[in-house]
Every structure is written in structure tokens, then in C-alpha cells.
Write a protein that binds this ligand. Structure first.
Ligand SMILES: C[S@@+](CC[C@H](N)C(=O)[O-])C[C@H]1O[C@@H](n2cnc3c(N)ncnc32)[C@H](O)[C@@H]1O
Length: 315
């Protein structure tokens, strides 16, 4: 067992019904769909002592997995917290009922209430349908919490006030944003708003900053840092498991350049042990824009966050 807790980013499939402007999908290889036996193994590998939360996301769209209902049922009653990130397009009432109570938090990614902006960002998705599903989720979900992840691209930011206003007026107030547009280990060439400006926007509009959601506690961060040869806090806080069951060196390794073994042969603790001994990877890390995410100012913000919230409520 590892000496600290991490977040797991779990991919049910790398197939996607969207072609988002901020996702370098051309880097993704062949389509992979997690098998039932692989998922059963993943579930067995997860335990609350090692895992703070499992986020079902990866590089595809979990709601289009052919066994969505079965997989959701397999999570029911599990003591580990499972969350899901979805673009919401396929989340109809039947699927929403399936996840109610088996998923702790549903996060729907949404770029803009302005249709032209949405269509240019969430390419191939029908904004009206996504909106209908979000409103249906807000009404239908009793046990599962709902949050919205707002897209941090330059193209979306000028419509942010009206997008926020629209959600607030419908009683949806858990709005989050990443302070970084990940360049996916240098593979995304899209123009970026600076992290400082994004943090300012997050503060200005009272959004929840997403990087806080991956950190179980300050003490876990300290232990992660002491245990890993490579002091990249965003990487060390997360273990990505691909749809084929491979543990990844880094969740930003969209091209799957570096695997660490498979859930069939290796426990999470063994995968972490293996990763702890690795240094930075020139292919992935040289062009990556997230290593400095938790700079001293952000660490101070994390400390303030935990001070005000109390560590116990994070567990
Ligand atoms: C990669 S998607 C996968 C799950 C699902 N298909 C979706 O769109 O929500 C997971 C989350 O990452 C966000 N995302 C995608 N590309 C990003 C990037 N380059 N930087 C930061 N977040 C990104 C998406 O908006 C979404 O909230």
C-alpha cells in the first residue's frame, strides 16, 4: 500500500462523439473500449486508503460506452468515491437514472451559452440537446451531485458572464474551471490565456478552481513530493488508467508514449512504486505547461483552502 492518496483518472473508452477544439485527438491511436473484466479488475484495485477519488473521464466520452448501464451498476455501494466527467450529449434520462447514487459527482463540460461559440468549441455536439440533458440532470439526480466544467479557452472567455448568469438563473451554481488549458505534453497548439489571468477570472466570478479537486490533503501532497524522484505535483497527484487497463506515466500523455504496466498484472501500489523512481520524460515533459501549476502562490492558496475548509470534510 502506498503512503499517500492519489486521484485516479479512469478511461472507459477513448472514443468520443465530439471533436473539441481544445483536444488534440489526432494524437490518439486506435479506439479502445474497456472490457467488463478489465473494469472489474480496476474496481478490485481501488481502495479508499490509497485512492481519494476516481474520475471517470480519460480522453473519450464515458457516456457512449456500450456497457454504460452495467458499468454504472458495478459501482453501486463501492466505498471509493467515483465521479464522472462528460460532455452531456448522450446523457439522457435513462443514463442519468443509472448513475444516480452510483456516481458521487457528475461534471458536465460546457463551453458557452452562445451557440456559435459552443459549436466552434464542442464541435459535433448539439448544444440544445446538451442543455436539455443538463436541465434534466439538475431535476432528476437525487443522490448524485451536479457540477459544470467551463472551458478555459480564449474563444469562450468573452461569453463567460452570460454563461454563468444562465446557469445561476437555473439554480446550477457548482461551476468549475481549470486554471490551465493543458497543452497535452506540448501537442496542443491552440493559443492560451495565461494561467495568472485564468486564476484572476476564476476568482472574479467565484468559480471553483479545478486543481484543488485532485488533492486529498496537504499531508498527502507532502508525502507524494517526498516519495517521487520527479517533483511534478500535478502528475504525482493523479494516476491515469487507460481504457485498455494500462497505468500511464502521466495523464497528459495523450499519445500513450509511456505505459507503466497493466491493471491485470499490477496493483496500484506497485504502479506508484514504479512511477516514483522515474525522472522527467524529455518527450513528454519538455513541452508540457503544467509542471509549475502548484507554484508557491498556488501552494499558499491550497493551504488557505484547507485551512478554511478543514481537512476532515475533504475525506
Ligand atoms: C478530456 S475530457 C473527457 C471527458 C468528456 N469527453 C468531456 O468532454 O467532458 C475531460 C475534461 O477535460 C477538459 N479538457 C479538455 N481538453 C482540455 C485542455 N486542453 N485543458 C484543460 N482541460 C481540458 C474537458 O473540458 C473536460 O471537462
Amino acid at each position: 500500500m502506498s503512503r499517500y492518496r492519489i486521484t485516479v483518472n479512469l478511461e472507459w473508452t477513448n472514443a468520443c462523439n465530439a471533436r473539441c477544439s481544445m483536444c488534440p485527438r489526432h494524437m490518439i491511436g486506435q479506439t479502445e473500449i474497456m472490457t467488463e473484466s478489465c473494469f472489474a479488475t480496476v474496481i478490485k484495485r481501488m481502495n479508499s486508503a490509497e485512492v481519494f477519488r476516481v474520475v471517470i473521464a480519460g480522453y473519450g466520452e464515458p457516456s457512449i460506452h456500450p456497457q454504460f448501464g452495467k458499468f454504472s451498476d458495478m459501482l453501486r455501494g463501492n466505498p471509493v468515491r467515483f465521479d464522472m466527467v462528460s460532455n452531456g450529449h448522450a446523457l439522457d434520462i435513462k443514463k442519468l437514472r443509472k448513475i444516480d447514487g452510483s456516481i458521487h459527482l457528475l461534471v458536465v463540460s460546457f463551453s458557452s451559452i452562445v451557440k456559435e461559440v459552443y459549436d466552434k468549441t464542442h464541435v459535433r455536439l448539439d448544444q440544445n440537446r446538451v442543455i436539455r440533458n443538463i436541465l434534466c440532470a439538475a431535476e432528476t439526480l437525487n443522490k448524485t451531485k451536479l457540477a459544470i466544467s467551463l472551458t478555459p479557452t480564449i474563444e469562450c472567455l468573452h461569453t463567460l458572464p452570460e454563461t454563468i448568469e444562465w446557469f445561476h438563473s437555473r439554480g446550477i451554481t457548482a461551476l468549475t474551471m481549470s486554471p490551465t488549458l493543458y497543452n497535452r505534453a506540448g501537442s496542443l497548439r491552440q493559443s492560451q490565456e495565461s494561467e495568472a489571468r485564468l486564476r484572476e477570472i476564476i476568482r472574479q466570478y467565484g468559480l471553483r478552481s479545478q486543481e484543488m479537486e485532485f488533492i486529498p490533503s496537504l499531508w498527502d501532497c507532502v508525502k507524494q513530493t517526498c516519495s517521487n524522484r520527479f517533483h511534478c505535483m500535478p502528475r504525482n497527484a493523479v494516476v491515469a488508467i487507460a481504457a485498455n487497463g494500462d497505468y500511464q506515466y502521466c495523464f497528459n500523455d495523450i499519445g500513450r508514449k509511456r505505459r507503466m504496466g497493466n491493471v491485470r498484472d499490477m496493483s496500484l501500489a506497485e504502479a506508484l512504486k514504479l512511477r516514483e523512481g522515474t525522472g522527467s520524460d524529455p518527450d513528454l515533459c519538455a513541452g508540457c505547461n503544467i509542471k509549475g501549476r502548484y507554484a508557491s502562490r498556488e501552494i499558499a492558496a491550497v493551504i488557505r483552502h484547507y485551512w478554511s475548509q478543514g481537512k476532515s470534510s475533504r475525506g
